[in-house]
Design a protein around this ligand. Structure first.
Ligand code: BG6
Ligand code: MG
Length: 221
């Protein structure tokens, strides 16, 4: 069946909030007495807030009670939201708006597939709330990426089968989630990092619908 839907991750694909997540987590780690490298940060992309905190605390060799962990997650989110609150439509990543115009003209349906609980706030801030036919965010799912839940729900809400949808992702965990869901993937970033994506591009600039539709539907276990 032909591809009829595109599912987009948010952080790092539509807007560069991936860097804000890193800055806020790094600030938190520094306040606890250790640092986070960019390389370690790659492993956090697409991972939920609570799971990210668990991985960061393990990385720093800390074991903390749940109450303290809740405080730390809230602190990180407050720092993150401070950065997000300054965003405007000018923060939409290069090529996104033009690509969405092509997608709409081609009659392809669109979904957001993000693990973030702040996704709607960000879409509102950048004026893209109406750009998606369906929005699946961190408030609608039980499992973060690399579990395929977020993308399977996106496809289902679009009324499409997984193999009719292409996923656009900047995270290793997100590419894995899409693959586990049986969806072809376009990686946004570096081919050295996104080794399992079907196609890797630095940004949506210059990407054409034809490039994406040329990706053969995949069927994976
Ligand atoms: C993902 C990000 O989109 O959302 C992760 O890649 C982040 O870095 C996750 O942890 C959860 O986001 P939030 O906004 O709910 O803390
Ligand atoms: Mg992302």
């Amino acid at each position: 069946m032909p591809i009829q839907g595109f599912l987009f991750d948010l952080d790092g694909v539509i807007v560069d909030t991936a860097i804000f997540h890193y800055q806020a987590w790094r600030r938190l780690a520094n306040s606890l007495g250790f640092d986070l490298s960019e390389e370690f940060n790659e492993t956090l992309k697409g991972v939920s807030r609570t799971e990210s905190l668990d991985r960061i605390l393990a990385h720093g060799g800390l074991t903390l009670p749940e109450t303290r962990k809740t405080e730390l997650a809230t602190q990180k989110n407050n720092w993150y939201l401070e950065l997000v609150s300054r965003m405007t439509p000018a923060d939409i990543l290069p090529g996104v708006t033009a690509f969405f115009s092509q997608v709409e003209a081609a009659g392809i349906r669109t979904g957001l597939g993000s693990v973030s609980k702040n996704a709607r706030l960000i879409l509102d801030q950048i004026g893209m709330m109406d750009a998606f036919d369906v929005i699946i965010d961190g408030t609608k799912i039980a499992k973060g990426k690399p579990d395929p839940e977020v993308f399977l729900k996106g496809a289902a809400e679009l009324g499409l089968s997984p193999s009719q949808c292409v996923v656009f992702e900047d995270a290793v965990a997100g590419i894995e989630a899409a693959r586990r869901g049986g969806m072809p993937t376009v990686g946004i970033g570096s081919p050295a990092v996104l080794t399992d994506a079907d196609l890797v591009i630095p940004s949506l600039e210059r990407l054409t619908i034809a490039d994406v539709l040329a990706l053969a539907p995949v069927s994976r276990a």
